[in-house]
Design a protein. Sequence first.
Length: 93
Amino acid sequence: MIRAAGDHIEVEGAMTLTSATALLNEGNALVAGGLNVIDLAAVTDIDSSALSVVFGWLRAARIAGKSISIIHPPKDFISLAEVYGVTEYLPLA
């Protein structure tokens, strides 16, 4: 699940292949609406699709001339980013 909370995008539950398309589309709409902080504190399950989704949101923000940051990333998210060598490209707050 994904929702707007102030200037935050809050993601709750799984960020896996089965939810990736919905998360990408819903997040892109929220980024286009001006939200600039992605809060991953309530994410319960992660696979590599989570990285794809987040990079999709970053791309949407860049196209819109905006910047976003990521707060409270789960350890598994950081671990995957390290394995894929993309940690430095994530705007972690």
